[in-house]
Design a protein around this ligand. Structure first.
Ligand code: PD2
Ligand code: ZN
Length: 291
């Protein structure tokens, strides 16, 4: 994560703590003026801290006991798009920003993976593919889901070099600790296979959800990366907003959701593959360390 060298760490921590307690920027500015700060300097310091990527621990989620839905917006993973950059430094790779949307919060990245990395992931995943399971929110276990006709497998975090390299890149790009990510999932769709529209967060109303949340809290973001493009079909669709992302090799679609609620407009699916094979790798990010 980047930090701003011009901000005194003690001042930064104080501002972060005050903001997490719900004090407004105007109130902090007044308080800084009262203790001798020049108004423009106070404003600049507050703006600099506001630009810092927040750590999840700085903004504890207040969850309604009744609905399980967080009452307030908390820090979310995501790239730093301040200044509308066309490229982002992801450490070992310069990633393109191809498209952004605010609501739902979506970013399409280009050149996220090299062709060799796509091949390495496919080669390592191929012999472990099985008919895809989805987490079963009735029980907290896993089950074959007829809504998903792809085949899939999971890597452990850091299991092989290419996975570890990609995870480090994503942590930097998305400003979210590597440990908060689930293991990478790889899916293969053959002609006719699809993934019907769904939400990736866990439904708070389902009885198995507390068991799932014990491993790292809610999912707060998804990144679907395209490893092999089909000849036709296979877009990732967002039916609420009519968005379709073409499954072009090496690109990825990222979206985040600040609460487990359809109001996030993150309903999404994998359209049927019409010809050829589509392979994707999905990284889901949790609120806390995923264990
Ligand atoms: O493969 C896709 O396009 C897709 C669509 C919807 C993947 C997922 N969801 C997922 O892995 O959650
Ligand atoms: Zn999904």
């Amino acid at each position: 994560m980047s930090s701003n060298p011009s901000i005194d760490p003690e001042l930064r921590d104080w501002i972060v703590a005050q903001r997490a307690e719900g004090h407004t920027e105007a109130a902090l500015r007044a308080s800084m003026r009262a203790s001798g700060w020049r108004d423009d300097a106070a404003g600049a310091a507050l703006a600099a801290v506001a630009r810092l990527p927040l750590k999840a621990a700085e903004t504890p989620r207040q969850v309604s006991a009744k609905t399980g839905i967080p009452a307030q917006r908390a820090a979310l993973p995501g790239p730093d798009l301040e200044g509308a950059p066309l490229y982002l430094d992801a450490g070992d790779r310069r990633v393109k920003v191809l498209q952004t949307m605010r609501h739902p919060s979506v970013v399409v990245f280009g050149d996220l993976l090299g062709g060799d990395e796509c091949e390495a992931l496919i080669d390592a995943a191929r012999e472990r593919l099985a008919r895809s399971l989805t987490v079963e929110t009735q029980t907290g276990g896993e089950a074959v889901n007829i809504d998903r006709t792809s085949e899939g497998m999971f890597f452990e975090r850091g299991e092989i070099e290419v996975v570890a390299r990609l995870e480090a890149r994503l942590a930097r790009l998305l400003n979210w600790p590597l440990e908060y990510g689930e293991g990478l999932q790889v899916l293969r769709y053959r002609p006719g296979a699809q993934y019907r529209p769904h939400y990736d967060y866990f439904d708070p109303a389902e009885p198995g959800t507390p068991t799932i949340l014990a491993r790292g809290g809610q999912r707060v973001a998804t990144l679907v990366m395209y490893l092999h493009e089909p000849a036709r079909g296979g877009a990732t669709t967002f039916p609420d907003v009519g968005l379709e992302v073409a499954p072009v090799r090496g690109t990825g679609v990222f979206f985040s959701y600040d609460r487990p609620d359809p109001a996030t407009l993150t309903l999404h699916g994998g359209a049927p593959v019409l010809a050829g094979e589509k392979w994707v790798a999905t990284k889901w990010l949790r609120e806390r360390e995923f264990v």
